[in-house]
Design a protein around this ligand. Structure first.
Ligand SMILES: [Zn+2]
Length: 281
C-alpha cells in the first residue's frame, strides 16, 4: 500500500514524462476509477490537455492541467503507473511524443477525480494536515493534534489530518526512530517525546524517499529499495538494529504493528502504567 515515499516516487516518474507534454488520447476502462463521473466523460476532458505540473499532497498525486483543471489521483491499495503494457490496466494515457502511460490497479480502490483548482484545494484541505516534510509540520502542531487523545499513538499518527501521507509501514518506522511504544496514549506523550516523534516521522519519510519507496514484491513499486532498510516493519523476531532485542509484533488501531520492546518502552519516563499499558508490558 503506497505511502508518502512511494507516491512521491510515482510523482517524480510521472513528472519526468508528462510535464510540458500534451495528452494526445485518454482511455479509461473502469467506472470505479472515476465515479461518480462517467469514465468516458473524464477521458474526453483529459484528451488534448497539456500537463503543467505533477505534484504530491499527502498520498495524492496532483496533476495540474493547462486548461485549469486538476486531476487528483489516489492510488489506495494497489494503484500505480506503468510505462510498458501491464496487467490490470484501468486507464491509458498517450502523450504527444508517443509515451504510453498505463494506470494499473489490481484491487481497484484507486480514484481519479477531475476538479476545478478551488474544489481540489478544498477536497485536500479537509482531508489532510500539513505536509510532514514541510515547515508547517512543527512539534507544536503535532502536540496540538495529540492533546487529550487517548487513542494509541500509532493510531493517532495514521490520521491523515495529523500526518499527511503516513501509513502503516512508515508509522512503525517513525515510532522506532522516536523510541516511542506504539500503544502509548497519544495525549500522554511529553513535549520532548512529541518533538522526537516529529523528527522520527521526518527521518523515516526522508529515508523512504531517498530509497524510492519500498518494493514489497507485488510488482507495484518496482525499483524501490526501502524494504532492505526497515528497522522494525516486517522484522518480527529479528534483532533490533539499535539494541539487539528481538522485534515484537502487536496490534494498534487494528493494524499489525512492529516495535522494539527495549528501545520503545510501554511506559514513558516518569509515568506509571495505565491498566491498558500494564497488559501490554
Ligand atoms: Zn531496540
Amino acid at each position: 500500500m503506497p505511502e508518502l515515499p512511494e507516491v512521491d516516487t510515482e510523482r517524480g516518474r510521472l513528472a519526468a514524462r508528462m510535464v510540458g507534454r500534451r495528452i494526445a488520447s485518454a482511455a479509461i476502462d473502469d467506472p470505479r476509477l472515476t465515479r461518480p463521473e462517467e469514465p468516458a466523460w473524464i477521458a474526453a476532458r483529459l484528451a488534448g490537455e497539456r500537463v503543467e505540473a505533477v505534484e504530491r499532497r499527502g498520498k495524492y498525486l496532483v496533476v495540474r492541467l493547462e486548461g485549469g483543471q486538476v486531476l487528483l489521483v489516489h492510488l489506495r491499495m494497489t494503484g500505480g503507473f506503468r510505462y510498458e503494457p501491464a496487467s490490470h490496466e484501468r486507464a491509458v494515457l498517450e502523450l504527444d511524443d508517443g509515451t504510453r502511460i498505463a494506470y494499473r490497479d489490481l484491487r481497484r480502490f484507486g480514484t481519479w477525480l477531475l476538479l476545478d483548482p478551488e474544489e481540489a484545494e478544498a477536497h485536500l484541505a479537509i482531508r489532510l494536515g500539513p505536509e510532514p516534510l514541510g515547515r508547517r509540520f512543527t512539534a507544536a502542531f503535532l502536540a496540538e493534534r495529540l492533546r487529550g487523545r487517548r487513542a494509541p499513538i500509532k493510531a493517532a499518527i495514521l490520521d491523515q489530518r495529523t500526518v499527511a501521507g503516513l501509513g502503516n509501514i512508515y508509522a512503525d518506522e517513525s515510532l522506532w526512530h522516536a523510541r516511542i511504544h506504539p500503544l502509548r496514549a497519544a495525549g500522554e506523550l511529553s513535549a520532548e517525546e512529541v518533538a522526537q516523534l516529529r523528527d522520527g516521522i521526518r527521518r523515516a519519510l526522508r529515508l523512504g524517499i531517498r530509497r524510492q519507496g519500498a518494493d514489497l514484491g507485488d510488482g507495484a513499486y518496482a525499483g524501490g529499495r526501502m524494504q532492505h532498510e526497515f528497522r522494525v516493519y516486517g522484522r518480527t523476531g529479528e534483532p533490533c538494529d539499535r539494541c539487539g532485542t528481538p522485534i515484537e509484533k502487536t496490534r494498534a488501531g487494528g493494524r499489525g504493528t512492529c516495535y522494539c520492546p527495549t528501545c520503545q518502552p510501554a511506559v514513558g519516563a516518569g509515568q506509571s502504567p495505565t491498566p491498558t499499558q500494564r497488559r501490554t508490558v
